[in-house]
Design a protein around this ligand. Structure first.
Ligand SMILES: [Zn+2]
Length: 378
């Protein structure tokens, strides 16, 4: 079947455009009237033998049909749910989950062009384990969005009890105030999920704890300073274990998403701090002052900005979990109130950092920027 999610329109008399926006739109041409009629038959109700038969009544040869179908497949326009693999077949039987997740599967099928990729990637999400560190306005919301997006194992770490200022429409509910933050966040994650958490199979299990290994850590502490100027020591175990991690938070009136750190491959918290000190010799002294003291002060956190940061961070995390390298890889996106224009800053590897990313990057043009997006339109 042609992917129903891409809107179809005739661009002139003999060219068909699939999709609206430049990021994923594809044009096909020249298309004659018979072929145009044949496209209407690709709605998932016919297999190839029947398609060939009906094509003959339109005076289209078998060869014409085969070439057309191959071109459509190469352009990422064909879907075939049966091609999604056994894990997706299991998921498809869970009707209530699939109904909730349908827009997400459709989005995956736009981004990942192969037939059956939507259900396949959704099934893969269910086997993944993500840890969110922080259950404030940003962290809890990220955890809820990841869980609602089909990530099967989302755990949230935070200390203390939920305060009124932690409450957010996408995060902890007002009823959670006074409850342990980690317990409240666990319940939030369960509620946001489209169905009960999947049981992990033997093949997906990590080192003996009965859970799949961590695919990603999202660092979203309630104090945004730990995102804007993350403490390298905190990240040391993740660097040592090679665990990818993504920073997200709000400090004062600035929202921050990134960097997504691929240990040993892209700039880390240590690289960030070293670069900053290179540019500003007073930075370490100020950092020491900021990091000590100021206990008990409620940090500023605009709810709209926090929700936007949580949504964007969750989308970057999902893109990574789905097998891509989003624009936060080795870069940080920032938006400050009141203008809120998102800007990115590259966080390159630093030669003096023990993470080793600088050595790895040497041969590959370390000064490169985030690659521009390819478009297929036109
Ligand atoms: Zn580093």
């Amino acid at each position: 079947m042609l992917k129903p999610v891409l809107r179809r329109a005739w661009r002139g008399r003999n060219t068909v455009q699939f999709g609206v926006t430049p990021a994923h739109a594809v044009t096909l041409g020249p298309v004659d009237i018979a072929t145009g009629s044949f496209l209407e038959l690709l709605d998932g109700t016919r297999g190839l033998p029947l398609l060939r038969e009906e094509a003959r009544t339109l005076d289209l040869s078998d060869r014409h049909v085969d070439v057309l179908v191959r071109r459509l497949a190469e352009a990422g326009l064909l879907d075939d749910p049966r091609a999604a693999g056994p894990r997706a077949d299991v998921l498809r039987q869970r009707v209530e989950v699939m109904e909730r997740q349908r827009p997400d599967v459709a989005s995956l099928s736009v981004v990942h062009p192969g037939p059956g990729e939507g259900p396949r990637r959704m099934a893969a999400r269910r086997a993944m384990r993500v840890q969110v560190r922080g259950a404030g306005r940003v962290g809890a919301s990220i955890a809820a969005v990841l869980s609602g997006s089909g990530v099967g194992h989302v755990e949230v770490l935070d200390g203390g009890r939920a305060e009124p200022e932690d409450v957010a429409p996408a995060g902890l509910p007002a009823a959670a105030v006074g409850e342990r933050r980690d317990t409240a966040a666990r319940r939030l994650v369960r509620r946001a999920a489209a169905g009960p958490a999947p049981r992990s199979t033997g093949a997906e299990r990590g080192a003996g704890d009965g859970q799949p290994g961590l695919s990603l850590i999202v660092v979203a502490p309630r104090d945004g300073l730990s995102v804007y100027a993350p403490v390298p020591d905190t990240a040391a175990p993740w660097i040592a274990s090679g665990t990818p991690h993504l920073y997200a938070g709000v400090i004062e009136a600035t929202g921050v998403v990134g960097p997504l750190v691929l240990p040993g491959g892209t700039g880390c918290a240590g690289c960030l701090e070293l670069h900053r000190a290179d540019r500003d010799s007073q930075w370490p002294r100020m950092l020491a002052q900021w990091r000590s003291g100021r206990r008990g002060v409620v940090p500023a956190c605009d709810l709209g900005l926090a929700t936007a940061v949580a949504g964007l961070a969750a989308a970057h995390a999902l893109s990574f979990l789905d097998g891509e390298l989003p624009a936060s890889t080795g870069a940080r996106w920032e938006a400050a109130l009141p203008l809120l224009d998102w800007r990115s800053e590259r966080i390159g590897p630093h030669a003096d950092c023990s993470c080793g990313a600088a050595e790895h990057a040497e041969g590959e043009g370390a000064s490169g920027s985030v690659p521009a997006q390819d478009t297929m339109a036109g």
